[in-house]
Write a protein that binds this ligand. Sequence first.
Ligand SMILES: *Cc1c(COP(=O)(O)O)cnc(C)c1O
Length: 231
Amino acid sequence: MISIADNVKNVSQRIQKATKLASRDENSVQLLAVTKTRSPDELKTAIQSGLTQFGENYLQEALIKIDALQHYPLVWHFIGPIQSNKTRAIAEKFDWVHSVDRLKVAQRLSAQRPDNLKPLNICIQVNINDEHSKSGIPLADLNELAESIAALPNLTLKGLMTIPAASQSEDDLRNSFKEMHRAFESLKQKHGSVDTLSMGMSGDIEIAIAEGSTMVRVGTALFGKRPVPTN
Ligand SMILES: *Cc1c(COP(=O)(O)O)cnc(C)c1O
């Protein structure tokens, strides 16, 4: 039996150790619990273990959990691919979006963000290994998109997100993270609101933190293996 509470402790210790090893402040890395396919009850267990930030990939599934858990003070992050006809619900229900990779989507999110809510926090997704199948922009296009997003009234440009190619050596992965960190530092110089580098997942928390991640997105190491999709 896996215990989510034990897993939370274990992942927190991994983060703690990795920050220490990198001579970084323990609080400089946030843990985002990735909860796609997980039930509201599994999320409740994670909440009881102290987690407050949750990342979801699929809108319909997310909306059910956001509604079921609305009485908890949680921060919701949308981290999946965005169809432009789904932006309204994202703008209304989420606090963060990590997967913005085109201006049209950013414009819609800004226009559809309700006036009574704080600006939506935005990370631009970078396709660091130029994979054809993946979402995200090449680094060459970053400055232009960042400037356009920073000018939108109901968004706050917070930083960058990446999902590196799965099949690469540890050295190549480290280099991808290093490249992201350089881009992040240079973006910070240009935009005072930027403070978030969303990179690192269950298998590479340590490498990501060594290379400057400020937010790791962790699913499997907290909740166990996800069921294999049947579609
Ligand atoms: C599923 C997912 C994760 C979590 O991956 P694990 O390997 O289960 O930790 C992180 N980021 C994104 C964008 C995801 O879709």
